[in-house]
Design a protein around this ligand. Structure first.
Ligand SMILES: Cc1ncc(COP(=O)(O)O)c(C=O)c1O
Length: 388
């Protein structure tokens, strides 16, 4: 068994160390096999079971699974009736939430980040206008955003607060798991995420009606698969503009097993982050990099381990060198406001100093429970060599 990982065998080739790798084992295989054997491979009881487990994890009254995290954001905004409004979100982020905001008929309002790479409440406050309706607080890299201040602002201004937990399931803020602070939260179970179902996402909230509206939208013809199982195809009257955004039982079966292992996954990620910190201490002492830090009131799940370069080298050149050496490194994240497609949503004179600094200086390294001791050593060595 790996010293750092959970002992899970990887099905992926060992020569190149991927930037991310799902941790899947016999339990997931058995669960998926059972669904295949049942013959009921589409959306059904397993999705409902996964939703119940997720709601329990988040400590929310309900959860609705969909086919991706992006869809979860889109359907949540639609279910809440937010349309033709501005939705604030960090610019330093995966662009998926920005697309979901646009798909739901809204405009993204990009906000600069704080020192942890999360939405800065100080930058958010002056951007709130009459047409602002919601805020997406993304917990980037598995580290919780400053929820206390963001929530206070949202309450004062009457804004709908969405916690984007796509990268942070199981992370803690003020001793409580993320996902229970906002009006609703969204999750992603994409292959690179902390727990995965291949593709998949979910909405969780204490507002059961809202969750039910997400369920209503995700399916064109029936609310639950039971009807289909009994052979009856029943279309019910509905005033909702529907689509097919369902998760399948094959995915949910994986998700149920993954969620059971979340505690051990997080422990392995945190242990690895600690070992990386020891491994890169010298580089930090020399002023070449800054290591990721946790805010005092939060516990990160280290979805990514991101080095911030403080020396002369650019993140792109270091990543290129690591890739040539067989280490799957990545520059995370883009500054969304700089992407050609999104430039038109930037207000005149808007500044993104921290976002622009981070996006040019971030190098994300492989970190996941199945990273072997040998791979870990290779990453540490490759990073040290990249600065020689
Ligand atoms: C912060 C954030 N939100 C939303 C998403 C979208 O999730 P999905 O890939 O499941 O659509 C991602 C995916 O990378 C993400 O990182």
């Amino acid at each position: 068994m790996s010293k750092t990982g959970t002992g899970v065998k990887s099905l992926v080739s060992q020569s190149f160390i991927p930037h991310s790798r799902p941790t899947l084992d016999e339990e997931e295989e058995k669960a998926v096999r059972a669904v295949i054997k049942s013959g009921l491979v589409a959306y059904g009881d397993k999705v409902a079971e996964f939703e119940a487990a997720l709601a329990k994890h988040v400590v929310a009254r309900g959860a609705a699974c969909v086919n991706s995290g992006t869809t979860a954001i889109q359907l949540l905004l639609e279910a809440r009736g937010i349309r033709g409004k501005e939705v604030a979100m960090p610019s330093y982020c995966c662009p998926a939430p920005a697309y979901a905001v646009l798909r739901s008929g809204n405009t993204p309002r990009f906000v600069d980040c704080d020192e942890y790479g999360n939405l800065s409440p100080e930058s958010l406050a002056p951007l709130i206008r009459k047409n602002t309706a919601a805020v997406i607080a993304v917990h980037n890299n598995g580290t919780p955003a400053r929820l206390r201040e963001i929530k206070k602002l949202c309450s004062e201004e009457g804004l709908f607060l969405i916690e984007d937990c796509a990268q942070a399931i199981g992370a803690e803020y003020d001793g409580k798991r993320v996902g229970a602070f906002g009006d609703a939260s969204v999750f992603s179970f994409y292959a690179t995420k902390i727990i995965c179902t291949g593709e998949g996402g979910a909405v969780a909230s204490n507002d059961e009606e809202l969750v039910e509206r997400v369920r209503e939208t995700r399916s064109c013809d029936w609310k639950r698969a039971d009807a289909m199982r009994k052979g009856s195809f029943s279309v019910r009257e509905s005033d909702v503009l529907k689509a097919n955004y369902k998760m399948t039982d094959l995915q949910a079966a994986m998700g149920i097993e993954q969620l059971k292992k979340l505690g051990s996954f997080i422990a392995a990620r945190r242990r690895l982050a600690g070992e990386y910190a020891a491994g890169f201490a010298e580089l930090e002492k020399k002023g070449i990099v800054e290591l990721p830090r946790e805010p005092a009131d939060a516990k990160s799940v280290f979805h990514h381990y991101v080095l911030h370069l403080t020396g002369k080298k650019s993140a792109e050149s270091v990543v290129a060198k690591l890739l040539r050496g067989g280490v799957g490194a990545s520059v995370l994240f883009p500054a969304i406001h700089e992407l050609a497609f999104f430039k038109k949503f930037v207000l005149p004179g808007q500044r993104f100093e921290k976002t622009e600094r981070l996006t040019r200086a971030s190098v994300s390294l492989p970190l996941y429970p199945s990273l072997s001791d040998d791979e870990f050593e290779r990453v540490v060595e490759a990073v040290s060599n990249a600065f020689e």
